[in-house]
Design a protein around this ligand. Structure first.
Ligand code: MG
Length: 262
């Protein structure tokens, strides 16, 4: 039995060993098969993902009942999610009632950075009882929702654990998915890690202020990204200089629920 994986349309399946006897386009898709045998492993994974999807639907129900919209924010470690959120909260200046669910394997470093910027912040450490997971799943997100005043919020931003693979495999009840990509990561990343790039509704291409100092080929990256995800909104930004923050905030505001002041 091959590796279990999920497509952005929500379907999930395995590639059997025989699949890998085919000649494939190595540039796209997830075709790294584990040559494990037997059905136990795959049925356990199916159970985990279907339980995750059940809880994700419950989370979505909680968001809808509270009248807020949720955005799942994903990236590699160090791409700039937290810095982007700091600039975002500063830009909104409290005009939008935002909650942030901060996912990190360990520490409150990022949650502490986001305190005092006018948002409600709740931290979920995935090392506590979850074995140091590399992503947030729907149950972990649910565990943090009780610490946020959902009915007072228009927008919940879920800052996922920094990881370019796992977070895209788990729905958490979000209405939209955003990805931060740092140009220091290299042009080829959409081809090598297609699942997250394909899952994203918007890709924030961060740290563009570094373009003059790197060999990064922006046009090649954008072409690679388009090959994987022709539909994503692409925003070139620098959380450090503020470039692109306005466009990003416009997209976020478009996701948020219009809500009269409580
Ligand atoms: Mg962070």
């Amino acid at each position: 039995m091959g590796r279990f994986h999920r497509h952005p349309d929500g379907t999930a399946h395995t590639h059997d060993r025989d699949d890998h006897h085919e000649v494939r386009d190595h540039r796209v898709g997830d075709h790294g098969g584990y040559l494990t045998t037997g059905t136990a492993r795959i049925s356990v994974l199916e159970d985990i993902l279907s339980e995750n999807d059940r809880v994700a639907a419950e989370n979505r129900g909680s968001f809808d009942a509270a009248g807020l919209r949720a955005v799942n924010l994903m990236s590699s470690p160090g791409a700039g999610k937290t810095t982007l959120l700091e600039r975002t909260l500063e830009a909104f200046g409290g005009q939008l009632r935002i909650g942030i669910l901060e996912g990190d394997i360990a520490t409150a470093i990022d949650a502490d950075r986001l305190e005092g910027h006018g948002a409600e912040v709740a931290l979920v450490n995935t090392s506590a009882g979850f074995g140091g997971e590399c992503h947030l799943d729907a149950v972990m997100v649910r565990s943090g929702l009780g610490r946020l005043p959902l009915h007072e919020l228009q927008l919940l931003i879920i800052e996922n654990v920094g990881n370019l693979v796992c977070p895209a495999e788990f729905r958490v009840g979000e209405h939209a998915r955003a990805m931060v990509f740092s140009i220091t990561e290299g042009e080829e990343k959409p081809l090598k890690y297609p699942v997250m790039f394909r899952a994203a509704d918007v890709v924030v291409v961060n740290k563009v202020d570094l373009l003059p100092h790197l060999d990064f080929d922006l046009d090649l990256f954008l072409s690679n990204l388009r090959d994987i995800n022709p539909d994503a909104l692409v925003i070139q930004a620098s959380a450090r200089t503020g470039e692109g923050i306005g466009e990003w905030c416009s997209w976020l505001a478009g996701q948020a629920t219009p809500k009269p002041a409580a």
